[in-house]
Design a protein around this ligand. Structure first.
Ligand code: FE
Length: 181
């Protein structure tokens, strides 16, 4: 009887020991969402990893107005976007994924009706693609992180590059510099 009692105690002890495994890891893997883009889990101004997200998924997380330009390559009407004549000092980010695209000091007053820049912020901020739609031969500019359509690149820009990145305001997010006078 004594042995059975001892065995019983040992079994109970063993069971309790098993349950004393390291605290279960707090599997808090839910993506942190940007407070200004609560429905878009892919938006990040710090993560530069290239995204491979389907249009079906983008359709779920983007407002229709952004989706139509970014994923369906629509073009906003000239002189209607929020940045075509905007002169704030700061940084322009991709409105789809948060990738840093342009600095305000590369923006110039273009008469075309869309925000225009003479260079991208980083070499890999954007990527380029040949676009022969509408019977024209143009260079399409896409976000280097999410591949969204941003606008087109032309060779009639000002020095020092002679380039004109002709962008759609709707796919840009502007963040003002924090310490501007
Ligand atoms: Fe992007």
């Amino acid at each position: 009887m004594k042995h059975i009692t001892t065995l019983f105690i040992l079994i109970i002890f063993a069971l309790l020991s098993c349950s004393n495994t390291p605290a279960s890891q707090n599997n808090n893997s839910k993506a942190m969402t940007d407070p200004q883009h609560p429905n878009n889990p892919y938006y990040s101004r710090t993560d530069t990893a290239v995204l491979n997200v389907s249009n079906a998924e983008w359709k779920k997380v983007l407002p229709d107005s952004i989706y139509e330009v970014a994923r369906n390559k629509d073009t906003e009407r000239p002189f209607t976007g929020k940045y075509w004549d905007f002169e704030g000092l700061g940084t322009y980010y991709c409105a789809v994924c948060g990738n840093a695209l342009f600095r305000s000091d590369s923006k110039f007053g273009s008469s075309c009706g869309w925000p225009s820049f003479f260079e991208a912020l980083r070499k890999n901020s954007v990527i380029y693609k040949s676009d022969t739609s509408y019977g024209m031969s143009r260079t399409e500019v896409l976000c280097g992180r999410c591949g969204s359509h941003l606008g087109h690149l032309f060779d009639d820009g000002p020095p020092p590059t002679g380039k004109r990145f002709c962008m759609n305001s709707i796919v840009l997010d502007f963040e003002p510099d924090k310490h501007t006078k």
